[in-house]
Design a protein around this ligand. Sequence first.
Ligand code: PLP
Length: 383
Amino acid sequence: MFPPNFAAQFANIPTPFYYYDTALLRRSLAEVQKYAKKYDFTVHYALKANTNTEILEIVKEYGLGADCVSGGEVQKALDMGFAPDHVVFAGVGKSDQEIDMAIDADIFGFNCESPQELEVINEIAQKKGKKARVALRLNPNVEAETHKYITTGLNENKFGINLEDLEGVLELIKKSSNLHFIGIHFHIGSQITNLENFKSLAQKVNTIQEIFDTHGLFIEHLNLGGGLGINYQNPDSEPVAPFESYFSLFDQHITRRRGQQIHFEIGRAIVGQCGSLITRVLYMKQGSSKTFVIVDAGITELIRPALYQAHHHIENLSSPSTETAVYDIVGPVCESSDSFGKNRVLPITQRGDFLAIRSAGAYGEVMSSFYNLRPKAKAYYVA
Ligand SMILES: *Cc1c(COP(=O)(O)O)cnc(C)c1O
């Protein structure tokens, strides 16, 4: 991930910055496509994990489609040259303008999350004399065993159409002349590491498909979402996510209909491990019971620890020390939640050292902010 002379090589570069290992990104993409092809699955990259042009360029090279959750992402995918028929638009609150633009662009389809959204898409398509391709995002009420803020497939979550409403929605689709029903969509959450949860999803999907059979509706596209987790505790032990087990589990447990296409939309597992946030130690500060390492990166560059109590592995790239100490690593922003790790064991650390906050490739840079009027951190790409 880092060359041995990293500290010397980056000595004059302002910190904090994002560091992307594009060779690792390529390894992940090659692995994803290898196993997706093995089972004849189609993968769309979930843009929201990382929308950097340099990253998208590489993702596109490997032939993935684009899974978008805003008009801005749809536009970015189209601008980047993703084929419109490989662009999917999901999200619980699509605006009229966003729908309008996506219909004009002739994207592959909308993943719809409420009856009213279907009515609005039908109306907008009607005005244009077009048919919009729609899939239904269903809430399967399946546990994901992840942080509650990134669980999406339970009845209490805002996402998807609840199964009790399905009959009504199918009637609505049948009478909406400007909607073309193409399939169903699920996404139960993110950072899912217990694959048993995906098995529960597959089983639930099998029973849901039977409801469609009774309506004589063919599910041409079965979209099983994303959510595959990565190893934040020990990134070097698992630099590439377990795509083989993930896909083979679905292959084993999904009852696939003849002629049916199966889609996945993966974000974190593709880009998470290739990125690190590099920061310099500004100050060492002895508290009454703790030693604080105050660094120049904060929640403005990586909000996951503050937002989801997420763990990121931290290493010192400068210290030659074989002695270690226990530190709390904190940022400069005026919030107590601006902390990257408590009670972390690092080699003896001092002012000026480079620290790498690992696994920051997904939901890192995209969630950055200007809070405290902090400037945007740059990104560097290393092959
Ligand atoms: C965020 C999101 C994804 C990607 O989730 P990952 O955990 O990053 O794989 C896929 N589909 C939808 C609808 C999403 O909102």
